[in-house]
Design a protein around this ligand. Structure first.
Ligand SMILES: [Zn+2]
Length: 315
């Protein structure tokens, strides 16, 4: 309980220049909702974690950073950072104090469900340059409630986003590419449309490519043959279109599990190259990296999109 679930170093696009980032997955009592069909993250939680444990986990993680380098700190809990039951107001204030003392944390990024966002909760992190990430997944209330079972509305997200902005923090919005029960083509269209609708509220849009986690409803669907994770071509297509339309937004996509059968994948031959291209795009925001990609399997993917039109379109 004194060590985080995981921590890793990476880079994060910041004003078009990559900056070092430290991601820390804190072990807490976990997400209270636990009903999203694709999410198994709450298995990483434990009812026995104390607030002192959480501070110890953070202190341990911070020892991995060299003192002379500015970095972005991503403090995730596999739940909601602003939920009192996971991280108390007192702990949040201690964390803010720790970060203020260091002066090398350029930005703190936390994740939360919108229902925990309030001016009071955000005041605990005062004087820290803060970004609040919310997993809206889609701007479509029907897909979010019926297919994902997320339990909040687009309106809830917008209200929370306004509170965050009023408190001087910025918003990072997660969108989910290919929720269950949505076809490949409809998934691309949904994520592009959603990006347009969340752009006015977001500094960063992060496209999460759906992967099949263990012990989830999505895994059961996948095992029965009722779900295939998105093609990486779909991710490329969505990233290109969103970036073209919303050039001012920082657009990223961490291709978790790319190339694996449970993760976003193409034919097997081109997966590594496409994954690396997406990672390069994340850091540079340069669309030409995505435009140059090709493989024989792209034709198959295009056919799948066409069949979709045939099955659900105006024929
Ligand atoms: Zn291929």
């Amino acid at each position: 309980m004194k060590r985080p679930v995981a921590l890793w170093l990476d880079y994060e696009p910041e004003e078009r220049r990559p900056v070092r980032s430290l991601t820390v997955i804190l072990r807490t009592t976990g997400c209270q909702w636990r009903k999203c069909r694709m999410c198994g993250y709450w298995h990483e939680s434990s009812p026995d974690v104390t607030q002192a444990d959480i501070l110890d986990q953070l202190r341990y993680a911070l020892t991995t950073m060299s003192p002379n380098e500015d970095f972005i700190l991503k403090l995730y809990t596999s739940g909601s950072f602003l939920d009192e039951r996971e991280i108390s107001g007192g702990t949040r204030r201690r964390i803010a104090e720790l970060l203020r003392q260091r002066q090398d944390v350029k930005r703190l990024i936390i994740e939360t469900r919108p229902e925990y966002v309030s001016a009071d909760a955000l005041a605990d992190l005062e004087e820290v340059k803060l970004e609040v990430a919310m997993g809206l997944e889609t701007a479509d209330d029907f897909i979010r409630s019926e297919y994902i079972n997320k339990g909040f509305t687009f309106e809830d997200y917008k209200t929370a986003a306004r509170v965050i902005t009023d408190c001087g923090a910025t918003v990072k919005t997660y969108l989910l590419l290919k929720p269950p029960f949505v076809s490949e083509r409809a998934a691309i269209e949904d994520v592009i449309k959603s990006a347009g609708l969340v752009a006015p509220y977001s500094r960063v849009i992060s496209l999460n490519l759906c992967n099949v986690q263990r012990h989830t409803q999505l895994e059961a669907l996948w095992k029965q043959g009722y779900y295939r994770p998105p093609w990486l071509w779909s991710a490329v297509e969505a990233l290109k279109t969103i970036k073209e339309r919303k050039t001012h937004i920082i657009l990223i996509s961490d291709p978790v599990g790319a190339g694996h059968i449970r993760g976003p994948h193409n034919c097997g031959y081109c997966d590594n190259a496409v994954r690396e291209a997406i990672k390069q795009f994340n850091l540079t925001q340069d669309m030409s990296i995505l435009k140059g990609m090709n493989c024989d399997c792209r034709y198959r993917w295009e056919l799948i999109l066409k069949f979709d039109e045939f099955l659900f379109g105006a024929y």
